[in-house]
Design a binder for this molecule. Structure first.
Ligand code: SAM
Length: 429
């Protein structure tokens, strides 16, 4: 599929945003790139931030409802369009706008047709017209990609799959972590936020963090309540050292510094270190930052605690990143799990006797969570699980019988949900 419509042909109002949405979907679905990572390139040349936001919103809506949009398209075509046919991509874009983003059908099709660009315009027009005239609707909540639904049903059961479907349709709220945990009530009142735990604030989906009172002065940073748990489980760090492995963009680094730890943060990606530094500068928090590889890093001295927030499939953050469930293949999960095991073994070597090791992944795959910790414990007799006490966890989140914390879709649903996570706290003998 050729995907770069000539900018001159996209000059009609709203066309450039639709062309960018097409480039974004091509990047995610055909080239396996992350949606956020592909945005800058796909939206190049869009002068207005509204156009960039619209391109992102269209692509995200398509990704959240991809299987259901395709089922509607397939129900209206005599011959099935190939998965990578441009006509299919353009129909997804036009239908998503009409069925999900309140764009009037005439505007959705008028801005979509030029994208077909020498392809079967008549077919696209006909399929779109027959579906909209027939009053097509999409299932609510949307279906997950079939392979993901099957995998999660086997791992977690049908109720969790149903909860994942419900949360995949809703936009996630904005969660903040506060630099001054003791001022939670004061900040909640100031921002009109709810708080589900000390140091946590929740604001409605769509809230722009940069426009909040307190952002410039660095009073908080964006961090899902689940993502805040790993550092919470290390508690107060006055007078103690912690090695923060895989640290950027620094949500957990900031929590640890704010909790009094002396933090050494290791990150492999130079570009992400820039973001880590910018976050620390804004929040006026200080850590030692090192460019390094968690697979080989060997500190001169062991640490009181080590936090390994390992790179993972990220299937737990599908609410905020609707591309992950279409990109992550089973083979990638196996490879991630192998790397995580190697990183965990290396991280364990940096913990002082009597010290703490926290392992976390934002994944809903047992291979990257439960299985990784079980394999680690089977190989390392010098560590044991230290389950969190109730007071260490927000109301509504409990430790599993094995002593680790598994956050699944459905948890805190009435409050707006939480990202999928696995967290284990281990103590070295
Ligand atoms: C899940 S993110 C970490 C999020 C971070 N801890 C936070 O709370 O903001 C994983 C990070 O690991 C980094 N990474 C990947 N492989 C690595 C390696 N071998 N050594 C160190 N960092 C690595 C990635 O660049 C990415 O920034």
């Amino acid at each position: 599929m050729a995907t770069s419509p000539d900018p001159d042909k996209t000059a009609a109002p709203g066309m450039a945003a639709r062309a960018a949405a097409l480039r974004l979907l091509d990047a995610v679905l055909r080239r396996g790139l992350p949606l956020e990572g592909a945005l800058d390139k796909a939206a190049r040349g869009l002068d207005r931030s509204e156009d960039r936001a619209l391109a992102h919103a269209i692509a995200a809506a398509v990704l959240r409802h991809l299987g259901d949009l395709d089922a509607a398209i397939d129900g209206a075509t005599k011959q099935r369009l190939p998965d990578d046919a441009k006509a299919r991509f353009v129909l997804r874009i036009a239908l998503a706008q009409t069925l999900l983003l309140n764009t009037p059908p005439h505007a959705a099709i008028a801005t979509a047709l030029p994208l077909v660009d020498g392809g079967p315009r008549k077919l696209v027009h006909g399929v779109f017209g027959s579906l909209t005239r027939a009053g097509v609707t999409l299932p609510d909540p949307p279906n997950l990609p079939a392979d993901v639904a099957e995998r999660w049903a086997e791992a977690w059961g049908d109720e969790v799959v149903a909860a994942a479907q419900r949360s995949s349709a809703a936009l996630a709220p904005l969660d903040l972590s506060l630099r001054a945990v003791s001022r939670t009530a004061e900040w909640a009142e100031r921002l009109g936020a709810v708080s589900l735990a000390p140091g946590h604030l929740r604001l409605p989906a769509g809230t722009r963090i940069t426009e909040l009172d307190g952002f410039e002065e660095g009073a908080f940073w964006a961090q899902d309540i689940a993502a805040a748990l790993p550092a919470r489980l290390l508690g107060s760090g006055e007078g103690k050292t912690v090695l923060d492995l895989c640290a950027a963009p620094g949500g957990k680094t900031m929590q640890l510094v704010a909790a009094g730890w002396s933090v050494t943060a290791i990150e492999l990606a130079e570009s992400r270190i820039k973001r880590l530094k910018a976050n620390l500068a804004r929040t006026k928090l200080v850590a030692t930052i090192r460019l390094g590889d968690a697979l080989t890093y060997a500190p001169a001295e062991p640490f009181d605690a080590v936090l390994l927030d390992a790179p993972c499939s990220a299937t737990g953050i599908f609410r905020r990143h609707p591309d992950v469930l279409h990109r992550v293949r089973p083979r990638a999960i196996v490879e991630m799990a192998e790397r995580q095991r190697a990183m965990l073994a290396r991280a364990a070597g940096a913990v002082k006797p009597g010290g703490t090791l926290v392992y976390a992944v934002c994944s809903l795959e047992p291979e990257e969570g439960e299985r990784t910790i079980q394999a680690f414990l089977a190989a390392q007799s010098g560590f044991r699980i230290e389950p969190p006490t109730d007071v260490e966890l927000p109301t509504g989140i409990a430790a599993a019988p094995e002593g680790w914390v598994r956050i699944l879709p459905g948890i805190l649903e009435a409050e707006g949900g939480a990202d999928g996570f696995f967290i284990a706290r281990l103590r070295r003998n």
